[in-house]
Write a protein that binds this ligand. Sequence first.
Ligand code: FAD
Ligand code: NAI
Length: 475
Amino acid sequence: MAQTFDVVVIGAGPGGYIAAIRAAQLGFKVACIDEWKNAAGGPAPGGTCTNVGCIPSKALLQSSEYFEHAQHHFADHGISTGAVKIDVAKMIARKDAVVKQNNDGILYLFKKNKVTFFHGRGSFVRAVEGGYEIAVAGDKPEALVGKQVIVATGSNARALPGVPFDEEKILSNDGALRLGAVPKRLAIIGSGVIGLEMGSVWRRLGADVTILEGMPTFLAAVDEQIAKEAKKAFDKQGLKIELGVKVGEVKTGKKGVTIAYTNAKGEAATLEADKLIVSIGRVPNTNGLNAEAVGLKLDERGAIVVDDECRTNLPGVWAVGDVVRGPMLAHKAEEEGVAVAERIAGQHPHVNFNTIPWVIYTSPEIAWVGQTEQQLKAAGRAYKAGTFPFMANGRARALGDTTGMVKILADAATDEILGVHIVGPMASELIAEAVVAMEFRASAEDIARVCHAHPSLSEATKEAALAVDKRTLNF
Ligand code: FAD
Ligand code: NAI
């Protein structure tokens, strides 16, 4: 006998688990199904983000940054450490413990909110009267009926054609986050977000890192001025980034990996490495969902087709997060999850795609929200720009990290903020002020008139807002 729920959520990544909690808060009887297994075979809710994405990558970025500071920056503060060593196994074990805390936290939240969790693979069986039958294939097979179904099955790493991940030498994000030792030579294909974050981790720990990027422009989606500044910093750190390459044959052998490619000048070249990370984007995941059984419509990329409000082609079936269009970001998935739960409850939420922040957690960090200068130019929009360098910020000097700047773009006539772009220390935290400002359609003048604590990095945002009107006080 199938158990009936008001809402069945398939996938417990940030899109799914947040949708389940919000739906339960709104009074629905909710089930959430997730198949991720921890090393012991038990449940590990949290999806890509918690298990092999946001959380473990930030744990390793932190460890590797401490290592780099101890090696290269402590001396400036008068601190001597002797030889600094890294115990990779311990670093990875700490990362695994951080992941587990998050997995356990989600299981606790399910209990607290009375969400029934099923560990296993959820798939559509058929449409039934007033809902859909969903099978759970796990340790204990179950049959559920969901009056409403939210699909949040996420995404998987894209492999190079003909070069499957073996997670030994050819690594996806999964293997890149659990290397047992620092590779001497690390090759990365794709200088996007994962390439830069993972490249930074292993470079800081001593690997010789080369990134091969297909596009001729570095971080083409980022504001050009910001991308240039970031590239300068990465070059200085010794992160080798080759742009405009065309990757050819990739061969693995006893010694490692050989990558044949054509460089930007059209010359044939090869790169030898011990390990290769392939980070060329991700593909929506509907494996095992049995979408065909109910006629759930997918597009040519395999993403579930949804409207602006995350409705699929089937009444009562919704989809959120990486498995649908839009940026593949945890906070975007969460916002969609909350909005869908509220829509099911008859509310009218709105997800503002113009104010979704992006962050790349390198050092310097890169963060932005809204439009870039090149986008405004292409759209023919009249704008004013104000920048303020961290070099002129007292807190950044005290931190010993003065790379980068804050840049604010505002409408030439109304002064409304159209985009904020930051490269520098704690950009991930600083961008929140810009998001709030843009959500409230603030002007640059509004930020310029708000009192910011001194000394703080956030003063650079205030000064950039003053710079829009050509009246910085500290530069
Ligand atoms: P996922 O997190 O992928 O979750 C989907 C879940 O569904 C998984 O647990 C999967 O096992 C489960 N599932 C799939 N099919 C089924 C099925 N049929 N039955 C049962 N369960 C199923 N984003 C950020 O915003 N910030 C970051 O710092 C960041 N860092 C990242 C770092 C890396 C290395 C990677 C790879 C990604 C990173 N992301 C980051 C992106 C972020 O992880 C994703 O955007 C986010 O996880 C998407 O959430 P989701 O809920 O849509 O899907
Ligand atoms: P990405 O889309 O960020 O970058 C992929 C890069 O690979 C691009 O620069 C692209 O031009 C290049 N590329 C594609 N095919 C290529 C080829 N054949 N040869 C050489 N270069 C090629 O994708 P990535 O880094 O895999 O990350 C996937 C997604 O995960 C991100 O887009 C982001 O949504 C999410 N993510 C977010 C993070 C964050 O928010 N901090 C961190 C990591 C991932």
